[in-house]
Design a protein around this ligand. Structure first.
Ligand SMILES: *Cc1c(COP(=O)(O)O)cnc(C)c1O
Length: 240
């Protein structure tokens, strides 16, 4: 299977999920997650119509952006989707168009300061750990609607974060647990969608994007309201 064939299959899956959810496929932005894949593969994806690329490690991606952009038919939008260590924040700010994985207030303060120093404005999504798994990064959001301690802390941190200059917070991002039952995965996505509504109403902010869903679960995410899906294996094949 070529990457172009894979893109067609993923697009068919997106269309089918949208039909089921009564949504327009144009509402869904497909982010091709190319971690561990070569610049050649990314260019093939771009030639077949992909416009958004996701990477999770700044060191790995730094060497790919320039050759890909030189060979690709048009400008690509680069999304950082992995956890970023503080000392790499500056490089991320310079290389990426969007940080989907803004996962702590501390890092947000740092990006805000660095962006100000470089006269930049960083577009970012807030990563929320809705599943509650210890292995996941993100603002703690497990059971936010029932656990008042979780909720109070989240609201306090995000209220401060939304006041920081030089950041444009465009929405929320999460990852569902791997190998979980469908009901569990759907609840994680629904909880993120509910959190978006609640934050918009109570903090008077606009959060248009909901980034959720990967190769194994993006149809469920679309049904629950995803506007961005992040797909790796279904487009580029397996990773080791
Ligand atoms: C790897 C990765 C993806 C894509 O996962 P697949 O299962 O290959 O589709 C999506 N989001 C993040 C944050 C990732 O690290």
């Amino acid at each position: 299977m070529s990457i172009a064939d894979n893109i067609k299959r993923v697009q068919d899956r997106i269309n089918a999920a949208c039909a089921k959810a009564n949504r327009d496929p144009s509402e869904i932005t497909l982010i091709a997650v190319s971690k561990q894949k070569s610049a050649v593969d990314i260019v093939s994806a771009a030639e077949a119509g992909i416009q958004h690329i996701g990477e999770n490690r700044v060191e790995e991606c730094a060497g790919k952006i320039a050759p890909v952009q030189a060979a690709a038919p048009g400008a690509l939008t680069w999304h950082m989707v992995g956890h970023v260590q503080s000392r790499k924040a500056k490089q991320v700010l310079q290389l990426f168009d969007i940080v989907q994985s803004l996962d702590s207030l501390r890092l947000a303060r740092r990006y805000s300061r660095l962006a100000g120093e470089s006269d930049l404005r960083l577009r970012a999504l807030l990563e929320i750990n809705v599943s509650g798994e210890a292995s996941k990064h993100g603002f703690a959001g497990y059971n936010w609607y029932q656990d008042s301690a979780v909720r109070d802390r989240l609201w306090r941190e995000l209220a401060e974060l939304f006041e920081l200059p030089n950041l444009e917070i465009a929405g929320l991002m999460t990852m569902a647990p791997f190998h979980a039952q469908e009901t569990t995965i759907r609840r994680v996505f629904a909880d993120l969608a509910g959190l978006r509504v609640e934050l918009q109403n109570s903090l008077d902010v606009s959060l248009p994007e909901l980034s959720m869903g990967m190769t194994d679960d993006f149809e469920l995410a679309i049904v629950e309201g995803a506007t961005m899906i992040r797909v790796g294996r279904a487009l580029f094949g397996g990773r080791n």
